[in-house]
Design a protein. Sequence first.
Length: 166
Amino acid sequence: MNSKARDKGLEEVYNAVLEGDAEASHQGVQTALAEGRNPEDILHQSLIPAMKEVGERFERQEYYVPEMLIAARSMQAALNLIRPLLVVRGVKAVGKVALGTVQGDLHDIGKNLVGMMLEGGGFEVIDLGTGGAPVTQEYSRQIGADGYAPDASQAVALARALLNLS
């Protein structure tokens, strides 16, 4: 959804996520909820489009992993406020993703980033932590996995494509 379709309050939340300002995104969502805004509108008109833009900026090499991380943390600050409200309203995730990293990998930043990006894309994420073997495109094919993505941005695009949501 483009910025013209968002009102000023939702635009502020969108921009806070893009800028990685967790405090502003949290405050923006609190204000929007206090004004009686629908949490689903906040999700679909601010948070998901912001994280989509973050992924696109990463693909264009305008954002790098640090920018993606701070944007994802900002999105999480906002999502933490609306997630319980979405559950109460019975809003369903667009899909469910099980996520893990290889056993012995102490650097799970990438896994966590993928999880945050997927959650920002409207998915329910089940974090399995560590276990398994190193994953490659070839290994994914061998085990019959539905898909493989080398980074967080492509993981969201793949998950959406697998569910015909793109």
